[in-house]
Design a binder for this molecule. Sequence first.
Ligand SMILES: Nc1ncnc2c1ncn2[C@@H]1O[C@H](COP(=O)(O)OP(=O)(O)OP(=O)(O)O)[C@@H](O)[C@H]1O
Ligand SMILES: [Zn+2]
Length: 630
Amino acid sequence: MVSQKEVSAMKGTKVLMVGAGGIGCELLKTLALSGFEDIHIIDMDTIEVSNLNRQFLFRKSHVGQSKAKVARDAVLRFKPNISITPYHANVKDNTFDVDFYKQFNVVLNGLDNLDARRHVNRLCLAADVPLIESGTTGFLGQVTVHVKGKTECYECQPKTAPKSYPVCTITSTPSKFVHCIVWAKELLFAKLYGDKNQDNDLNVRSGGASGSSDHVEDVFERKADEDIEQYGRRIYDHVFGYNIEIALENKETWKNRTRPRPIYVRDVLPDQLSQPQPNGHVDGSECAVGDLSSVSAMSSLSLKNPQDIWSLMENTKVFLEAFKLFFTKRQEDIGNLVFDKDDQLAVEFVTAAANIRASSFGIPLHSLFEAKGIAGNIIHAVATTNAIIAGLIVIEAMKVLQNDEKNYRTTYCLEHPTQNMLLMPVEPSEPNKACYVCSESPLLLEINTNRTKLGDFVEKIVKAKLGMNLPIIMHGSVLLYEAGDDLDDDMVAIYTANLEKVLSQFPTPITSGSMLTVEDMQQEFTCKINIKHREEFDEEKEPDGMVLSGWTQAPPPKESNPSNGENKANTSLSEPLNADSDDEVEVYVPEPVAKKRKHSDITKETEEEEEDELVVLPDANLDFKKKKLV
Ligand SMILES: Nc1ncnc2c1ncn2[C@@H]1O[C@H](COP(=O)(O)OP(=O)(O)OP(=O)(O)O)[C@@H](O)[C@H]1O
Ligand SMILES: [Zn+2]
């Protein structure tokens, strides 16, 4: 029951919702039915078929239309007298500046990525508007309240790094199917269809070119006299045959491991089968432009069930057919492709390549459905969790609107009841005094100032780590760099030249003890970075060649104090989720915040392997964190 006080809190209130996906659809419906009358929604996406199973405001006929607009229309049909303003746009667009945020009483996030969440967090801090964050993954979910100066901000706790694997496991010694998937999508797929100039750990030398010649032939390049079929078979033989033979030469590696088996096309496909057998779509003539599902090796080969585990022969056929289709029907994409789990042909190729590699290494093969899940870091979504989380967001929004500070709660939705509770409310933490975002605490950057260019600092730290869009970089009162569309040509030339300069070679050198000020005008966010020169970095563990720190964890939060009055002080989650929902029956868990709570009786499943750094499952900022309650 909504009390009179709550009704008046909602009247005249202006709410901004960001994200109209799995959580967003539920949230918009709940807001409207709870009595909110002025709701603005930002979502940059259009509706996909895969959204329909849980984003219940959308129907098949809406596929391709703006999520924000269709969600608005759907809700207005059952709640016609309220105002819903949709924006089909990226929340990072310049139009959504601090003044835009200032018109709202509260902002509610139903997003699926760290980047957008950080951006909204900063704008809410700058505009001094409360933010309610949310996330779900399968049965797990959480809602957190961020009120400037009162509770921690979204960035008060460092986020854990995405799951990564050592390069050598991926390139040479896979032992699990996921290693084969990472190899297939990060190395092989990226090499064949992505940016040719990227660093790649695939062996690109062919047998003939491995001599002393300075010129290294890249076997992944198509030869002038080669047709697509020959090209595909040559790549197959190179990566599954020749490269494995080369790897086997290193006897040390295989002393305590099962030796992989080189696989060549001729061993798998009898001659008459080595040509694909077209069927239906193979000439691509009826493919709709831009429809990623219309070009499919599976349909060419009459493979229907994505749950089937293909034989080595079938995987080989899918590999060669998908390869051919990319080069005949998707030429315009080649050179720019990044693996996308919604790209049918990409999933088929990666599944087949991972399975052939798995076969070589004696690892069990998987179906396309399973491979897609692993490649896309997919955890199946539970629509009910989204509904519960949306309800909790509205409950917290009402408290925030009434300034009911002492009752703000971070609430976790659990997978198994603990002490008979599936919803676990705990008091929010206070702002972290070491937070570089809300407390403006300086960061420390260890960097080789005699080797690193300003441009590397901008890309790897300012943009990638600090999530700034339009940075300005100052050293004392000297302006070193500024991004923006409104700069005159002279300034652009100076800044471009500066990006190429090594830090210690600026007229006022940047070296140990220097402090840089980095500012993002759009986010109205400034941060200070103390520089410490360091000569060497571990290439495997510190691949950026720089280490950013000084952003430490906050002291343990207050004892948990569930709002239902029971004493649950000894029950809490060790790590909240900061989940991303995603796709079909899918939800992502990204970047959980590391947070320690007293008396934790939650055991976290230990990762099976201690693995240090490298090839990152990138789709990510996503991190599978399974939690088990005992
Ligand atoms: N920068 C952004 N600006 C605006 N909307 C965003 C931004 N980033 C993410 N979103 C929106 O947040 C929503 C998150 O919803 P959800 O997690 O259910 O994913 P989804 O995109 O609907 O599913 P899938 O990724 O599987 O297609 C999406 O609708 C997405 O468009
Ligand atoms: Zn903070």
